[in-house]
Design a protein around this ligand. Sequence first.
Ligand code: ATP
Ligand code: MG
Length: 569
Amino acid sequence: MTTDISESRSLNFIEQIIEDDLRSGKNGGRIATRFPPEPNGYLHIGHAKSICLNFGLAKKYGGDFTLRFDDTNPSKEETEYVESIIEDVQWITGEDLTGRIRYASDYFDQMYVWAEELIKKGKAYVCDQTPDEMRDNRGTPDKPMIPSAGREFSPEKNLELFRKMRNGEFGEGERTLRAKIDLFSPNFNMRDPVMYRIVNAEHHRTGAKWIIYPMYDWAHGLEDSIENITHSICTLEFEHHRPLYDWFLDNLDNIWRPHQYEFARLNLTYTVMSKRKLLELVKGNFVTGWSDPRMPTICGFRRRGYTPEAIRAFCREIGVAKMNSIIDVVKLENAIREDLNKRALRRMGVLRPVKLVIDNYPEGKTEQLEAINNPENETDGTRLVPFSKVLYIERDDFMENAPKKYFRLTPGQEVRLRYAYYVTCTGCVKDAAGNVTEVHCNYDSETRGGTSADARRVQGTIHWVSAEHAVNAEIRLYDRLFTKENPDDPQDPTDYKEYLNKNSLEVISDARLEPALANALPQEQYQFERIGYFCIDSVDSKPNNLVFNRTVSLRDSWAKIEKKDNQKK
Ligand code: ATP
Ligand code: MG
C-alpha cells in the first residue's frame, strides 16, 4: 500500500538500495528502519525530513518502523522532550506509534554485556587519560596517537578495571573504556574511540543505576542490531563514523547485522536548524518558546497552521540526495499554500479597518448573504454572512486620488463587494489631520450576490464585514525569523543572532472578522479572502479574546480568484 508519505516519482538512491536488497533476498526480504532522536530538544523541519524518509520507506516496503530515543547522555535529556517528540512524530506520520517506541536506555544491560565481550577478546581496554590528555595524545595525520598503559593490560585486568568503573570506584573523567582499533588510522574516529565514560548524573529513565554511559558511536549500531534494523539511515556527517559502526558490529558474535547509509541533511534559507541554536533562541527569549510560530520546529509550524500533509509533500518534493545543499524556504511555503488552498475554509476578515457607509441602503436593515466556504471543495457548502448599511473594509481598498490602474474604491468608481452588491464610491470623510475616517458609497440593489443582470463589468472585488456584526480579533503576522539567507554560514564570523529579523512579528490588535470566525476551531485552517491563510493560536486565543496566526500569505493576487469567478459565470 502506498500513501502520500511513501509515494514518489522516481526511486531515490536509498530506495534503489532497498529494492536491490529485496531482489537479492538480503535480510530475508525484510525492511526495518528507525528514527533515532536524542531527547535534548524539540524536533525541527530537518527531523521531519528524516521521519518522512524512514517512516515512508517502512510503509512503502511493508517494513517495520521504530521511534527510538537515543537517550544515552543523561545530562542534557529531559522527559519534556520525550513527550514532545512522540507528539510531533505521530503528527507528521499521522499514525499512533504506541508499541513502536523504544529507548536506547532499555538496552544498557545488553550493551554492557557486549562491552565485556570485547574486553575479553582483547579488543577494548580501560584508559586513564583525562579528556585533555586524550586530546593532546590524539596525534596528527602523520603521527600516531599515544595510548595509555591500559592498551597493553591483560583482558582480565581490563575487565576488573571496567567493573570498578561501573561500580563507581572512579570519578568523572578519570577513566574511559576505549576500543583497541588503530593508533595510526587516517580516520581519527578509528584511533581507539571511547566507548564508555563516567557521568555523575541521574538518567531520566534508569535513575542512578548507571554511572557509566555509552558513547554514540558504540551505542548506535548496537541499538540498531537489537531492533533488527536493516537500513540504518543517518545524515552525511556520520559517513566517517561508518567504519566504526561496522567495526563494533563485526567484532561481536551472534548479533543481527544492520547497515548504515547516509543522506544529505535538510538546510533551509533564512533558518537555523541546530537544536543547540534553537535552544539558545528559546533560553535567550529571542522567541516566545519552542512553539513560537516563527520557529522551524514541528510544534512551531503546527501552531502556525502548517499541516502534516503539506510538510510531507514538501519532504517528497525536495527528495533525498547525497550532496548537502540549502533549500529555498519558499518551497516549503508553496507546499503549505498548495495544501491550504485545497482545505482552508474561506472567510472574510478586515485587518486594518475603515468604515464604508452605504448611503442609499436602508437604515437598520440586515441581510444574510450566501457565501461559498471553499471553491476547491463543494462539500464544504455555503454559509450566510450578515450585511448592513455600515461595513468595514481595508484602509488600502480606498484611495482618494488613485492612479489609473487602481481598481478598488475611489470616487466615481464601481466595485463589487464580495458575495454582496456593486457599490459606487461617492467620497470620504476626514479628520482634522486629514486621515480618512469614513468612506461613502451607493449600492445597486439589482446586483445582490455580486452579479449584475446587465453583465456590467467591474474590475475590482473587495472583502468586507458588517460593522455591527463583526467580531474583534488580534492578528499575528509572521515574517522570516532571520534577515540573512544563510544566518549560520560557517564562513561568516558574525553571530547568527545578529541576523534576527526585528520585524518578524507584527501584531494587529483590532482586526474585524465576519461573525462565523467567532466559532473558529483550533487546528482548522481558514483563508481570509485576499489576505492569506490563518488559524487560531492554540496557546493564546480565548473565546472572547480571539488570536489568529497568519500561516502564510497568499501567493497570488485577488485578480486570479476573480478571473476564476468570472469564468464560472
Ligand atoms: P541537530 O543537528 O539539529 O542538533 P541532531 O542531529 O543532533 O540535530 P538527533 O536527535 O540526533 O538531532 O537527530 C535525529 C535524527 O534526525 C538523526 O538521524 C539525524 O540524522 C536526523 N536529522 C537531524 N537534523 C536533520 C536535518 N537537518 N535533516 C535531515 N535529518 C536530520
Ligand atoms: Mg545528534
